[in-house]
Design a protein around this ligand. Structure first.
Ligand code: ZN
Length: 151
């Protein structure tokens, strides 16, 4: 079975329909179908998938990542803390969860993985993202990710 490379998946030919889909379709897949099929394993798989994608983007600068988030309409991104040891990223209007009635747990593992993978590629250091606040999961103002930067 031939793997589907990211570069291949990103070749989009939809001249009439365009390159965006409704948030509902994304959420149906991301929140409902994945959890139905994978159960609690869905979080780890989503994080891993996001991280792999983030790294494969081969970005060089944080600005490129912010531009990509804007283009993909992940949400409104802010980076209020950025030091050598610590980065904090806030996502407003998160594509995965903004507007949900809180379910008592963070939901945006794919976004966390994507941020971690992209920053890992940019810094050339191990990066792990922890979702410390979540709009739709926990009722917070933003989906906030603390990035733990290793060696
Ligand atoms: Zn969230």
């Amino acid at each position: 079975m031939e793997p589907i490379e990211l570069s291949n998946a990103l070749q989009i030919h939809r001249p009439e329909t365009g390159k965006f889909v409704g948030v509902a379709l994304y959420r149906l897949f991301r929140l409902v179908a994945m959890e139905d099929i994978l159960g609690t394993g869905a979080s780890a798989i989503s994080y891993y998938a996001g991280k792999k994608m983030g790294k494969e983007l081969h970005l060089k600068k944080l600005e490129e990542f912010l531009a990509l988030c804007d283009e993909l309409k992940i949400g409104q991104i802010e980076v209020p803390v950025m030091t050598e040891e610590r980065i904090h990223v806030d996502v407003h209007e998160c594509v995965t969860c903004s507007g949900l009635s809180p379910v008592g747990r963070a939901l945006c593992h794919f976004e966390g993985g994507l941020i971690a993978g992209a920053v890992e590629g940019i810094l050339g250091k191990h990066v792990q993202a922890h979702e410390v606040s979540c709009i739709g999961g926990l009722g917070d103002k933003t989906c906030g990710f603390d990035l733990e930067i290793g060696s």
